[in-house]
Design a protein around this ligand. Structure first.
Ligand code: PMP
Length: 347
């Protein structure tokens, strides 16, 4: 499979934006090329200068943790930017299609709609696993991407590894595995499989376990040709300097992050068990993520009552296969206790 052939037609011949520093980076001491403020910045850091477009220092640090070479790493303004760029780089508007697997993360469809790319939906099976047969029937010559979210948002479960491998082995377009919640899962990441499959893209993010949602930093790991194409279409300075600096500092704090992951998983199990004891909670789905999907009698009323008490959860009660469900993010122990107390009082 030649990844270059998968590109959107106009991207195949696109000449990307270039800067004088692409060639002279690090070799000059006087920078009069980019119309910056030469006098400085009102802030202590060198924010008067444009940031490194390829974020090499940050990628180096990420590479040490993930074990993925920097040339197989793309950084986006959130993984949402990587999702959008995949459409812009690979999908011809009005011609190509992508497959999504509802119930799943909403941005795949929104990004497809923004890019005028057809969305084909193959619902998960009632056990929230992949319907391989229907997926195979739905693929055609214009199917460019299949989006697989594992652990899946909003259901919380991981998808069977062998099912995902079947798709990877057979599908000729890109297989995007969104691992936003992988740090909370028992399931292993797919980044080890990158050398095996040229069409695999693994998305991860700093917004969940890393506690940096406000910085907007997402990762896409893939083969060299895919990464090169994403770099070709991305806005030149898509990761700002503050984000690069702060993320580098955060990577020194991995122990703290690992501690929070352990606490989150422990709280998830405690909250699941407590919810299951409340009579109006009809079902608590097992979760591999930092949230729980629960089916609750009169879910919308419960949602509104929680709002009245200043507690916001996510109403997923109208979502296919999640009818009557609320999605609850794992909070601190005291936040979870507040939620449990409120739900018990409503019974
Ligand atoms: N993928 C999934 C499955 C998500 O749930 C989210 C955020 N809710 C994202 C991606 C987006 O993450 P980011 O903040 O990195 O854009």
């Amino acid at each position: 499979m030649d990844i270059k052939d998968l590109q959107r037609e106009n991207i195949k011949t696109l000449r990307p934006y270039s800067t004088a520093r692409d060639e002279f980076k690090g070799q000059a001491s006087v920078f009069l090329d980019a119309n910056e403020n030469s006098f400085g910045s009102p802030l202590p850091a060198n924010y008067n200068r444009y940031p490194d477009p390829l974020q090499l220092d940050l990628k180096e640090a990420i590479s040490k943790i993930k074990g993925v070479p920097i040339e197989n790493t793309f950084l986006g303004n959130g993984s949402d930017e990587a999702i959008d760029l995949l459409f812009r780089a690979f999908c011809n508007p009005g011609k190509d299609n992508v497959i999504i697997l509802p119930p799943t993360y909403g941005m795949y469809e929104v990004s497809a709609n923004i890019n005028d790319v057809e969305v084909r939906k193959v619902n998960l099976l009632p056990n929230f696993q992949l319907d391989l047969e229907k997926i195979a029937e739905t693929i055609d010559a214009n199917t460019k991407i299949i989006f697989i979210c594992s652990p899946n948002n909003p259901t919380g479960n991981s998808l069977n590894r062998t099912d995902i491998e079947t798709i990877l082995a057979n599908f000729k377009g890109l297989v995007v595995i969104d691992e936003a919640y992988i740090n909370f899962a028992k399931q292993k990441t797919f980044i080890q499989e990158l050398t095996e499959y040229v069409n695999l893209v693994v998305l991860q993010t700093f917004s969940k376990a890393w506690g940096l949602a406000a910085l907007r930093l997402g990762m896409a790991f893939s083969s060299r040709p895919v990464i090169d194409i994403l770099n070709k279409v991305k806005p030149p300075y898509n990761i700002n300097q503050a984000t690069q600096d702060l993320a580098l500092a955060a990577l020194e704090n991995i122990q703290q992050v690992n501690e929070w992951i352990k606490i989150t998983v422990a709280e998830r199990e405690r909250l699941s068990a407590e919810l299951a004891k409340i009579p109006m909670v009809k079902k608590v789905y097992p979760s591999d993520a930092n949230f729980i999907l629960a089916e609750i009698a009169n879910a919308v009323d419960v949602y509104n009552k929680l709002v009245d008490h200043g507690v916001i959860v996510r109403d997923r009660s109208k979502v296919t296969l999640c009818e009557g469900c609320l999605r609850i993010t794992i909070g601190t122990a005291s936040e979870n206790d507040q939620l449990i107390d409120l739900l018990r009082a409503m019974n």
